[in-house]
Design a protein around this ligand. Structure first.
Ligand code: GLN
Length: 196
């Protein structure tokens, strides 16, 4: 049995919980850092990365989040969550949690296309995934151990590096739970490894 947490400081929390539950797995909203000890995998939702960062600092979450990553537990960052995971951010000297070997640019699809939907083929996940982009970031550079799972208009919009999964869009805002299911599988496999 695994349990997945959704960082619940700001952003699209309830939708992620619903999506994890639709995959048949227990999900909880993480509001205190102590709760990280109860879960096997963590989703960092979309929202606003600078606002989320302020709350991470205010509630003293940063060290606990880094420790969670260090323990090898899977983390899935969507949209603003992807920004939180990235080691490098275009135009900024510092990262946030900074654990995934990618360089991310914020709001990089331009103002004219603030929000849009696209059907995407995501490697190992889905042929036709209905992806919702909202002031989305994209991955500008990916390290050698990063597997690119999906591109849209030549831009990397989903990738995995071992225990870390990230995407530019909002997978929780559709009825297609394939990407969440992929993360659930990552969490089950990581837990299995810990038990061996
Ligand atoms: N533009 C937001 C940011 O930079 C991300 C948008 C989102 O999560 N939908 O944090």
């Amino acid at each position: 049995m695994i349990k997945i947490g959704v960082l619940a400081l700001q952003g699209a929390v309830r939708e992620h919980i619903r999506s994890v539950e639709a995959c048949g797995v227990e999900a909880i909203a993480i509001k205190r850092k102590e709760q990280l000890e109860e879960i096997d995998g963590l989703i960092l939702p979309g929202g606003e990365s600078t606002a989320m960062r302020r709350l991470i600092d205010k509630y003293d979450f940063m060290d606990a989040l880094k420790q969670f990553a260090k323990e090898g537990k899977p983390m899935f960052g969507t949209c603003a969550g992807l920004i939180l995971l990235a080691k490098n951010l275009v135009g900024y000297n510092e990262s946030h949690i900074g654990v995934m070997d990618i360089k991310v640019e914020r709001n990089s699809f331009g103002r004219q296309v603030d929000s849009f939907e696209a059907d995407l083929a995501i490697k190992d996940v889905a042929e036709n995934f209905p992806a919702v982009f909202i002031r989305a970031p994209h991955i500008v550079e990916a390290g050698e151990n990063v597997e690119i799972l999906c591109k849209h208009n030549d831009r990397i919009v989903a990738a995995r590096e071992g225990q870390f999964l990230g995407c530019s869009f909002h997978p929780e805002l559709t009825e297609n739970h394939d990407l969440t299911a992929y993360f659930v599988k990552m969490v089950k496999e990581a837990k299995q490894k810990q038990l061996v």
